[in-house]
Design a protein around this ligand. Structure first.
Ligand code: ATP
Length: 374
């Protein structure tokens, strides 16, 4: 295993006119489980293929620890890759499919047997070991492919490109927790590509959010949820995503229309409040606040809001409210009774409403009097 460092790595498929992957510097640390999360076309597969050596980057260098592998083909990189669809020898038994990557690298027979049985046990394939792979359904074939990716001990990293697409939804939950177990067992560096936030958040130690060929933010799932660094992360993670409300910054106070909502404190992502930017210049800003942190509780100090609709989700309600011509969503208790047309006072949970400029986080809203909620 190795730290995998991308140094100024970027890729263009059209001679530099557009970047599928914008030049970036980033390290995948050895032994961690990463999810690479982003919408279709954002560059996930391009990035994975650059790490595995299937693709040579247009610019930049790829390092495995202190070894420059930029020009090294896939075979010389010691990477295991699992694709969206099963890649296996259909005429071979499941056992032989799992053993193949090991025999190919001349692992001793006893170790082959021990590793095959261990991975088969973890993936629930024990009773299928003697079956011909062709006879399995596509979901189980994909599990065998997953096993082939995970069976080796000495790999720089295991790259998984949307590996659970063909697996049925009920099985996905089981397999994700199996993958976590296997990760704990083997200590492999895993990079798991997905466009599904649930998949990313339940699987990874660290989630790397990619959009339009650039890393927007990387962090633990809770960090991405509680402290989005970019409006995109706010929208893409969470269900529903972060609300955005246009506001104005005047003399250090955030105002929505005529109403003051709090004090603006400069705060770049990943820094403590006040550490980064200090005073924010006056002018337009956008408030970003997740539905979980919008309070509709009728207090006197809040923003005037009118309820326009309620989605009853069973476990909770989503209350839609108009504020200064914009709609915000509040996630409330299922038992909370809000009726369309009702007037409410709306507030934000303290420290959970952020300020954005050019979609990038620049600050946080703090209470005007330094106490209580904003
Ligand atoms: P998906 O989730 O749909 O697989 P992705 O995030 O993996 O998408 P990539 O497949 O890396 O994204 O594609 C990034 C961009 O590069 C897209 O605009 C895509 O159209 C383009 N692209 C990918 N492969 C090629 C190629 N071989 N030739 C030209 N353009 C390509």
């Amino acid at each position: 295993m190795a730290d995998i460092r991308l140094e100024g790595v970027g890729h263009s498929y059209d001679g530099g006119r557009t970047w599928a992957l914008r030049p970036m510097t980033w390290t995948w640390r050895s032994g961690r489980a990463y999810a690479l999360l982003g919408p279709s076309g954002c560059g996930k597969t391009t990035l994975l293929n650059i790490i595995s050596g299937l693709l040579s980057p247009t610019v930049g260098r790829v390092w495995f620890d202190d070894r420059d592998v930029t020009g090294v083909p896939t075979a010389g990189r010691n990477i295991a890759q699992v694709f969206q669809f099963p890649v296996l020898y259909e005429e071979m038994s499941v056992y032989n499919n799992l053993a193949f990557p090991l025999r190919n690298r001349r692992y001793p027979a006893a170790e082959v047997d021990q590793r095959v049985r261990r991975v088969a046990q973890l993936l629930g394939l024990e009773e299928h070991l003697r079956r011909r792979s062709r006879r399995l359904d596509p979901g189980r074939q994909q599990i065998v492919s997953l096993g082939r990716g995970l069976v080796r001990s000495q790999v720089a990293a295991v790259l998984l490109d949307e590996p659970l697409t063909v697996v049925d939804p009920a099985m996905k939950w089981t397999l994700r927790s199996k993958l976590k177990e296997i990760h704990r067992d083997t200590g492999h560096t895993l990079i798991y590509v997905t466009h599904d936030q649930t998949e990313a958040l339940t699987f990874a130690d660290e989630v790397v959010v990619l959009n339009q060929g650039a890393i927007m933010q990387a962090g633990e799932p809770s960090e991405l949820f509680l402290s989005p660094a970019h409006e995109f992360v706010g929208h893409f993670i969470g269900s529903p995503g972060m609300n955005v409300l246009p506001a104005e910054l005047v003399d250090g106070v955030v105002r929505v229309g005529d109403a003051p909502v709090g004090r603006a404190v400069g705060q770049a992502a990943g820094k403590a409040a006040g550490e980064a930017a200090g005073e924010l210049p006056p002018g337009p800003v956008r408030i970003g606040v997740r539905p979980e942190f919008v309070r509709l509780d009728g207090g006197v100090a809040g923003l005037a809001a009118r309820v326009t609709g309620v989605d009853r989700m069973g476990a909770y309600n989503l209350v839609h409210a108009r504020v200064n011509g914009h709609t915000l969503i509040a996630k409330t208790d299922a038992s909370a009774a809000f009726e369309p047309g009702a007037s409410q006072s709306l507030r934000f949970a303290e420290g959970r409403a952020f300020l954005f400029r050019d979609a990038v986080r620049c600050g946080v809203i703090e209470p005007l009097d330094g106490r209580g909620e904003a």
